[in-house]
Write a protein that binds this ligand. Structure first.
Ligand code: DSN
Length: 440
């Protein structure tokens, strides 16, 4: 028993279990996976090495590893309507890296994606990531509200001639027009990489259009709205094969041996379980409820006078411009955590503040929906979010302009807000409320 053999680790696990039960994650990239997914993740496959691909391994003893990988591949092909799948990437960043290594010449070819501050991902060409250091990059134009400007994107693509266009984002609350992106990519002879990490569960459940007919390559992580274990998959569509019949081989080689060694077979097995769960009628209902909840929550927040990026949502996530209430996103996220509501600070499009002290907070409904919440519960969540943010107001943080000023001020803010009676009261209310919405 772990409790006896390693009480230190056991104690931390117990505390994390309690933290997850007593608080609610509204981080849109987090979720609560099923007990079956978690059990499979800790299965005997943890013990196995299986470098290579099914039936072409470099180690013996892989008959069952082959079976599990082939099963995961078959399930992913069917669920996402694609013709080739690689389930080995350890997570999303290595998966995107593999695509770039497979298809781009370093320092020469160009990636076009959404800037981090507008809702893109580090690996979509951010200058602080390898993707912006080793490749040329160009960002999509967005309107002042943060909506993708497809006409401007097309014009820019024609002038800039990117080799890869990455669509699919981490903080973009609108439906992605994959068809339009597909046409733009075709026009400039670029590969279209759809990074559906955030919305894979919505696509699987029929709550967001699929990129399968428009993109050449689809990448998804498996632990967000798809509700599987941490991991990722790279998928090639029929359109991808038609553009480049060598695409599957190029991608597979880039993953192994290009970037990775042995796949995590326990992760592959748990991905297979999650893919099976995602085919159920319940999962389709779940995906639609995620969106209904996000829409209800965004409407409530608008009613409280918050400004939201793109003025609302059509998917699972919302970016609140907390500076519209003169509260920095870092302060808001900290105070919300004290109240038992777990979010993350986030930049907003055209943010003038730095990412560590940005103008907003990103929230989402996959986790709350897994715990069984519905539209009526979003009314309560919005009420608490508003009350907490009101408590953060008027301390003058928004007037500070340098790191040197913000650091000590934030330290003092943390001390003061942890004594705040209203927030303590909300934390108790949240904890009590969550008893009716158990974590799996
Ligand atoms: N870290 C993920 C997110 O929170 O969106 C993206 O990789």
């Amino acid at each position: 028993m772990l409790s006896q053999k390693d009480p230190e680790v056991y104690a931390i696990l117990q505390k994390e279990d309690k933290r997850q039960r007593d608080t609610l994650t509204l981080i849109p990239s987090e979720n609560y996976s099923s007990l079956e997914v978690r059990a499979t993740l800790s299965s005997v496959f943890t013990n196995k090495y299986s470098e290579g691909y099914p039936k072409k391994r470099y180690y013996q003893g892989n008959a069952n590893a082959d079976d599990i990988e082939l099963l995961a591949i078959a399930r992913a092909k069917k669920l996402f309507n694609v013709v080739h799948v690689n389930v080995q990437p350890y997570s999303g960043s290595p998966a995107n890296t593999a695509v770039y290594f497979a298809l781009l010449k370093p320092l020469e070819d160009k990636i076009m994606g959404l800037a981090l501050s507008s809702g893109g991902h580090l690996t979509h060409g951010s200058p602080v990531s390898f993707s912006g250091k080793y490749f040329k990059t160009i960002s999509f134009p967005v309107t002042k509200d943060g909506v993708l400007d497809y006409d401007a994107i097309e014009k820019l693509a024609i002038t800039e001639k990117p080799k890869i266009i990455v669509c699919g984002f981490t903080a973009y609350p609108r439906i992605i027009d994959f068809e339009r992106f597909g046409k733009i990519a075709d026009k400039v002879d670029a590969y279209l990489l759809a990074d559906i990490s955030h919305i894979a569960g919505l696509i699987a459940g029929g709550a967001h259009p699929s990129p399968a007919k428009h993109a050449h390559i689809i990448m998804t992580t498996t632990h967000k709205s798809l509700r599987g274990p941490r991991g990722a998959m790279l998928m090639i569509t029929q359109k991808g094969i038609e553009k480049d019949p060598e695409l599957p081989a190029k991608i597979d080689k880039a993953v192994f041996p290009g970037l990775q060694g042995g796949p995590h077979d326990n992760q592959t097995a748990a991905i297979a379980v999650a893919l099976h769960e995602a085919t159920t009628i319940e999962f389709g209902k779940y995906a639609k409820q995620i969106v209904a909840n996000a829409k209800a929550l965004s409407q409530e927040l608008l009613n409280y006078g918050f400004k939201l990026t793109t003025n609302g949502t059509e998917n699972h996530l919302i970016v609140i411009d907390t500076m519209s209430k003169n509260v920095n996103g870092a302060l808001a996220a900290y105070a919300l955590e004290l109240a038992g509501i777990i979010t993350n600070k986030n930049t907003i499009p055209y943010d003038t503040l730095p990412p560590f002290y940005p103008s907003g907070v990103r929230i989402g409904t996959p986790g709350a929906t897994t715990r069984g919440m519905r539209e009526k519960d979003m009314v309560m969540l919005a009420k608490w979010i508003n009350e907490v943010i009101v408590e953060c107001k008027g301390n003058g943080f928004d007037k500070l302009t340098t790191k040197e000023e913000r650091g000590p001020f934030f330290k003092q803010f943390k001390k003061d807000i942890s004594e705040n009676k209203t927030i303590k009261k909300i934390a108790l209310e949240v904890k009590k409320y969550l008893k009716d919405f158990p974590m799996p």
